[in-house]
Design a protein around this ligand. Structure first.
Ligand code: FES
Length: 157
């Protein structure tokens, strides 16, 4: 609640809705994903109707509306990344983890998601992993990243 109060203090009293995205980020940090009761709680905190929160949370791919793995691999598949092999990279990860896009591994470690352009086209192909970008990816580099995540040696937050 202290962090919530710090966020809403940045906005005028009658413009609390402007705090919705940072508050959703905070809620997701706290509960890892956004279920309906969580979104309803956010709505009540900001004095919004639940539908206003659902609309925003379901529009942006960075908000997770289903349970997710410990690590979310968000592989960009927009034009520049596609031209530099993101499809092959996605296939490689699917084979390696035994899941399809949108699924989570049985051990709860990894969720695989396609993402739209993340603004790092010059480093294509790339993915978002937690708070960091992983760039100039190859299947070999992706294997190293997955190994390091399993070993707990790669910082993502
Ligand atoms: S197309 Fe992948 S970061 Fe822009």
């Amino acid at each position: 609640m202290a962090r919530f109060r710090e966020i809403i203090a940045r906005y005028p009293e009658d413009k609390k809705k402007s705090a919705l995205i940072p508050v959703l980020h905070l809620a997701q940090e706290e509960w890892h994903w956004l279920d309906v009761p969580t979104m309803d709680y956010v709505a009540s905190l900001l004095g919004l109707s639940p539908i206003e929160v659902y609309e925003v949370a379901s529009f942006y791919t960075m908000f997770h509306l289903k349970p997710i793995g410990k690590y979310v691999l968000e592989i960009c598949h927009t034009g520049p990344c596609m031209l530099r092999g993101s499809d092959q990279l996605m296939d490689h990860v699917k084979n390696r983890l035994g899941i399809e896009a949108g699924q989570t591994t049985a051990d709860g470690m990894f969720t695989l998601k396609p993402a739209e352009c993340l603004g790092a086209c010059g480093y294509a192909p790339m993915m978002q992993l937690g708070k960091f970008y992983q760039e100039n990816l190859t299947p070999e580099k992706m294997d190293r990243i997955l190994d390091e995540l399993r070993a707990g040696t790669l910082q993502t937050a």
